[in-house]
Design a protein around this ligand. Structure first.
Ligand SMILES: NC(=O)c1ccc[n+]([C@@H]2O[C@H](COP(=O)([O-])OP(=O)(O)OC[C@H]3O[C@@H](n4cnc5c(N)ncnc54)[C@H](OP(=O)(O)O)[C@@H]3O)[C@@H](O)[C@H]2O)c1
Length: 355
């Protein structure tokens, strides 16, 4: 049982990110003081929306310049905090050197933040933003899981430096977090494990998250000939902020929490947008056949290897989200709302333009 004092400041690492921005807003709206650790506190394109959220709330925000690859970089930001949210980690698939660009910031960054928690006596709880990627790599892994669905007991054993290194980075980072947590008794560790996150970005220009790239691909015409029926889990970024909030402030919270609202697939995500946006945007209307993807996929996108297509296309995705519902009282908004609000936010920001 860990009770966090809401009058104490709370640290959010990577506070300007797509996911973290909604968490920061949630904390500010609750009237809290947020210590926002970011790489570029002077860059208003990156943090202006957080200043705006603070101005409209009862809370306060204080920025700190921090980098995952620098030891002690989060110490000033952590002083006085009982609760630390560690969300910072690169979420990109476009990398040349996965060891340097993904694994090191994810794993060493987690070690830096959590080792600092050992040195700052005010810290009582650390919530890390892990991922379902620390549980599985391909949709086929969910089919092969005991009981045919992902649970919090499962760890990813199929990602590697050569295949889905982002998933490897999240697996190694979360393992490192539990290793450090298990060696001390000052603070407890909670892992939030979201599946694919969509929903409106508070500031779509402040992030390079793959979530935004996926929406751009859906609405920008890349899938106008059709979308792969590729199994994925989906959760709304606003619900994920609430999940983080509950994970931080529920004294009984414990262990990992799969944060997945809908077991769905890419085609269904695209077709959900058709009624409202189909007339003006080149959205996918039908499934691309697997044989066609096997033939042309590897030539069009370096992620679309034959192995990836075999293990994901026409394969359902299933996860058990009962732990977070039962223990943290989470409920999730409908997928239609998530898809429409995500898309509208990109239109409003003029990132997606009607044809
Ligand atoms: N979006 C999803 O679908 C999804 C699903 C599951 C889990 N997650 C996890 O959620 C977290 C946030 O992801 P996101 O989607 O919000 O992506 P994002 O918008 O790209 O946020 C990533 C954050 O990490 C920071 N960061 C990256 N490298 C850093 C470094 N070396 N030092 C300090 N900060 C660094 C980024 O800072 P800069 O802005 O300065 O680059 C940014 O604040 C990540 O841990 C990700 O693995 C995301």
């Amino acid at each position: 049982m860990t009770k966090i004092d809401k009058t104490k400041p709370v640290l959010v690492t990577g506070a300007n990110g797509y996911v973290a921005s909604w968490l920061v807003k949630r904390l500010l709206d609750e009237g809290m003081t947020v210590h926002a650790a970011v790489r570029s506190p002077e860059n208003d394109t990156k943090v202006g929306h957080l200043k705006e959220a603070a101005a409209k709330s009862n809370g306060r925000i204080k920025f700190f310049k921090s980098d995952l690859l620098e030891a002690d970089s989060y110490k000033d930001a952590m002083e006085g905090c009982e609760l630390v949210y560690h969300t910072a980690s690169p979420f990109t698939t476009d990398v040349k050197d996965p060891q340097k660009e993904l694994i090191e910031p994810a794993e060493q960054g987690t070690a830096n933040v959590l080792n600092t928690a050992n040195e700052v006596s005010s810290v009582k709880r650390v919530v890390v933003t892990s991922s379902c990627a620390a549980i599985y790599t391909d949709a086929i892994d969910t089919v092969n899981a005991p009981g045919g669905q992902l649970t919090e007991d499962i760890w990813n054993t199929t990602a590697s430096l050569d295949y889905q290194p982002y998933s490897l980075s999240k697996t190694l980072a979360e393992k490192k977090a539990w290793e450090i947590a298990d060696q001390q008794s000052q603070w407890d560790l909670i892992a939030v494990n979201p599946c694919l996150v969509l929903g409106p970005a508070l500031n779509p220009n402040a992030t390079t998250s793959e979530s935004i790239n996926i929406l751009k691909m859906l609405g920008g015409g890349d899938m106008k000939m059709g979308a792969p029926k590729m199994g994925v889990g989906l959760v709304d970024v606003r619900d994920l902020a609430e999940a983080h909030f509950k994970a931080g402030y529920t004294p009984e919270a414990k262990g990992r929490y799969i944060t997945a609202a809908h077991n769905t697939d890419f085609l269904s995500m695209g077709t959900a947008l058709l009624p409202k946006y189909g007339a003006n945007f080149p959205l996918p209307k039908k499934a691309l056949p697997k044989w066609l993807l096997m033939l042309v996929g590897p030539m069009t996108n370096k992620l679309f290897t034959r192995k990836f297509i075999r293990n994901n296309v026409n394969v359902p995705w299933k996860a058990d989200n009962s732990k977070i519902k039962n223990e943290l009282g989470m409920s999730f908004r409908p997928m239609q709302e998530t898809m429409e609000d995500s898309f509208q936010a990109l239109i409003d920001a003029e990132i997606l333009k009607a044809k």
